[in-house]
Write a protein of this length. Sequence first.
Length: 100
Amino acid sequence: MLQLRRKSKPEIENIQEETTEIEEPKKDIKLGEFQLKENAVLLIKKTNYKGQDRIDFRVWLNSPNYKGPTKQGFQLTMDKIDDFVGIVNNMKKKLEESEQ
């Protein structure tokens, strides 16, 4: 037969001390957006996924059938932002040179 043992008060206090506080999820921060179509917008926001800050580039719809995020988009971890900005700047420079 299984016997249950009641924990003593010091044991309970030790368990409470060992537990770590759960962090509240960080709120998303909207960084920018621009209109793609009449019912679609590219929303750029800082978000947090599994404790890691990221920048999310996501198409959001606002149509009669669906309002919200789509699968169309991507995320960058914070350590990749400078690389991404460098690529965009290089792309802009090449486009300007090709127009001359």
